[in-house]
Design a protein around this ligand. Structure first.
Ligand SMILES: [Mg+2]
Length: 301
């Protein structure tokens, strides 16, 4: 067990025959609801002056970030998607709420994969854009709110037994779109940081990039097929797994503890025994697929 996880993809070393990437928010920690409802969403409504349709803006934010297939999406992509959905809702149009389009953010998100505050700050300094300054202000407010509000959130009860079982035989890393500072604080506060050799947050790129740089084909550090697993609670985690040909164990939103129990009682054994791929994987994915909707429940304008 390493005492201090690395925070740099280049520092990753293959030490075991198996690899496990684990998402953090909503997967290890029951932190999605508190972060989005108490931190992200109030700052979003305030920053983009959506007070006149606040109830609907909240519904949109929660749909995008918690209750649909985009759950767990990067925060800057979430702003763009949420504003897009707000613009298309009848309530915003009828109430004449001016919902901004954020063309510069759209352009930055399309060309940058490391969607974190340091990169946005560099872009802001380069361009002096008022639009990006407003996004930056919101993102910093969110981080301050998370630091103030989100504490004493323990991992789901079966996470620790799972990590205990994994660490002797697998290289375990955190694969997340949360800022590194928050991840390091949360994993250390709960004393589970010693189980992982690397913590990768939004500043180190997308989840696909995290996995490509660690479990992907690297000279001298290639894992056998079916020896790489990703654990997550969102379709984005599954697609990251697919991008490197990894297996995927879903933590079902709303049934997280049951999912972790199942991972401890059968998933881990199957992974180490080579009986995870195939029928078992298919069954897990079918259950996962049924949990989150694609389109919003409200009517479009
Ligand atoms: Mg998650």
């Amino acid at each position: 067990m390493s005492m201090h996880p690395a925070h740099d993809l280049d520092a990753f070393e293959k030490r075991h025959g198996f690899f496990v990437g684990i998402d953090s928010d909503g997967c290890v920690f029951d932190s999605m609801e508190i972060k989005h409802k108490e931190c992200f969403c109030p700052a979003f409504i305030d920053n983009y002056d959506l007070q006149a349709a606040a109830r609907f803006a909240r519904e949109v934010w929660e749909f995008v970030n918690l209750y649909s297939r985009s759950r767990g999406i990067n925060r800057f992509k979430a702003v763009l998607r949420s504003l897009e959905l707000c613009r298309s809702r009848a309530e915003f149009i009828e109430r004449k709420v001016a919902v901004p389009e954020l063309r510069e953010l759209t352009e930055w998100v399309a060309r940058e994969s490391k969607l974190g505050n340091p990169q946005l700050d560099a872009e802001l300094k380069r361009t002096g854009s008022a639009e990006l300054a407003r996004v930056m202000k919101w993102s910093r407010e969110v981080n301050d709110a998370v630091e103030k509000v989100v504490r004493n959130v323990p991992p789901f009860p079966s996470v620790r037994p799972a990590l205990d079982r994994l660490t002797g035989d697998a290289d375990v890393i955190v694969v997340s779109q949360t800022p590194a500072a928050a991840l390091i604080r949360e994993w250390a506060e709960q004393e589970i940081d010693g189980y992982v050799s690397l913590i990768a947050g939004q500043e180190l790129g997308t989840k696909d990039e995290h996995l490509a740089a660690t479990a992907g084909a690297r000279p001298g550090a290639v894992y056998e097929s079916d020896h790489v697993l990703m654990i997550g609670d969102a379709p984005g985690d599954h697609s990251a797994a697919k991008s490197v040909g990894a297996l995927f164990f879903p933590i079902l939103p709303g049934q997280e503890e049951e999912s972790w129990k199942r991972f401890v009682s059968e998933g881990i054994d199957r992974f180490f025994a080579g009986s995870f791929a195939g029928a078992y994987q298919k069954e897990l994915l079918a259950e996962f697929d049924a949990v989150l909707p694609d389109s919003p429940p409200w009517s479009h304008a």
